[in-house]
Design a protein around this ligand. Structure first.
Ligand SMILES: C[C@H](O)[C@@H](O)CC(=O)C(=O)O
Ligand SMILES: [Mg+2]
Length: 431
């Protein structure tokens, strides 16, 4: 723990996923899965790796924001950071000049996530544990000491939070069976029906039973695609639909009502991610149809999640390891979701997100929720080969990672090839 941070580098790493429409949805028709990839060096040689997920062009802006935050990290001993992690989170999010860019939202918060993810990775490596195990082994007081309770004490105080964690059940069950997953990889919006059918057939053979379909661009297309998938997966498997913020509130209600015959468990991001009362209205209108509302991948911070929960505006909380202020802020959301008894189903559609978020949901199950009803973690099957400790999926379950850290170290040759604009992959695509 005597490691002192002596340097922080950040690189713009992009994958040309849009060429084959991987990751496409009703609002993001050309998504190049990308990351602002952070490496922190320490005086004793140990490194920490972190990232935040972005799409193509936006990455360069996040890289600038990470560079702006670097000065707050370099020179700090790891021990000093983790012995007052709440204070360090505040230092990064409350800098009196940079907070004007957020506060705690947008580019500056994505950058905060990248930096803090690297610090958590460093801490877990220093302890020789995968991050989920580092969290599970902490006593509840230490967990709670990592959380900034500013703006959420009307819903969750520090004392209450102590009572929401610490069951320590089911670790062995997770090690044996893993955490249930669903797949989004069969039905990105830009995939033709034939590809969708083929991918769905393969997924069923590989034991998948929960599927998410992108919707929202054209109602007739949505009906055809949902019918196709429902016919293939049968009545007992689970279907979810995701509109990526395409509709106004009234439109969301009528559009989703016309897809109700396909029995989706949830409609994800039906409207603007900032419209809490709009989500509440949609939730209320769709409840009689048995369809819940899921959101979170573009929910800025714990304060927004608090209000979504207070307003009964969502029935599934989708935490994101790179949108919120890293583990610290995600812990706050997990504990608030538990208080409201709303299931957490993490978002993972992006590069590195599966690798990261599996740690958080394992902690949630083992120490907070102890419940698997209507709970599952998203899985997408792209780009795992670029990580040194890629996720391991068995029978549609995430197996707990064993390597020390937060699983987001990238293979250095992959980083070099995909670095924008000088990597060889991008030289090829620009000629
Ligand atoms: C642009 C991303 O692929 C997005 O569509 C992911 C997403 O909404 C999800 O995984 O859910
Ligand atoms: Mg989504």
């Amino acid at each position: 723990m005597l490691h002192k941070i002596i340097n922080l580098t950040v690189r713009d790493v992009r994958f040309p996923t849009s060429l084959q429409q991987h990751g496409s949805d009703a609002m993001h028709s050309d998504p190049d899965y990308s990351a602002a990839y952070v490496v922190i060096d320490t005086d004793l040689g140990l490194k920490g790796f972190g990232l935040t997920f972005t799409l193509g062009k936006g990455t360069e802006i996040v890289v600038c924001a990470v560079e702006a935050l670097a000065g707050l990290v370099i020179g700090k001993p790891l021990q000093e950071i983790v012995s007052d992690f709440r204070g360090f989170y505040r230092l990064l999010t409350s800098d009196s000049q940079m907070r004007w860019l957020g506060p705690e939202k947008g580019v500056i918060h994505l950058a905060t996530a990248a930096v803090l993810n690297a610090v958590w990775d460093l801490w877990a490596r220093a302890e020789g544990k995968p991050l989920w195990k580092l969290l599970v082994d902490m006593d509840p007081k230490q967990i709670v000491s990592c959380i900034d309770f500013r703006y959420i004490t009307d819903v969750l105080t520090e004392e209450e939070a102590l009572g929401e964690t610490g069951f320590l059940m089911h670790e062995n069950q997770m090690l044996k069976e893993g955490y249930p997953a669903y797949t989004t990889s069969c039905a990105w919006l830009g995939y033709p029906d034939q590809q969708l059918q083929q991918l769905c057939t393969d997924a069923l053979k590989n034991g998948w039973s929960k599927f998410k379909v992108k919707v929202g661009a054209d109602l007739e297309d949505d009906k055809r695609r949902c019918r196709l998938i429902r016919q293939m997966i049968g009545p007992n498997n689970t279907l979810m639909i995701d509109a990526n913020q395409r509709w106004d509130v009234g439109e969301a209600i009528s559009w989703v009502s016309s897809l109700a015959e396909f029995k989706p468990l949830w409609i994800e991001e039906p409207t603007s991610p900032d419209d809490i009362l709009g989500h509440a209205a949609i939730s209320k209108a769709l409840a009689p149809l048995g369809i819940g509302v899921a959101t979170g991948e573009q929910c800025h911070n714990r304060v927004m999640f608090k209000q979504f929960l207070q307003a009964s505006a969502l029935q599934f909380v989708q935490i994101d390891s790179c949108r919120l202020g890293s583990v610290n802020e995600n812990l706050a959301v997990l504990l608030m979701a538990h208080k409201y008894q709303v299931p957490v189903c993490p978002h993972a559609g992006g590069v590195g997100l599966c690798e990261l978020v599996q740690h958080l949901i394992l902690f949630d199950y083992i120490c907070v929720s102890a419940n698997l009803h209507n709970r599952m973690c998203e899985y997408v099957n792209h780009l795992h080969e670029h990580f040194t400790s890629p996720v391991v999926i068995r029978d549609a379950h995430y197996l707990p990672p064993k390597d020390p850290g937060y699983s987001c170290e990238m293979v250095e040759s992959s980083v070099k090839r995909h670095q924008y604009p000088e990597g060889e992959v991008w030289k090829l695509h620009r000629t």
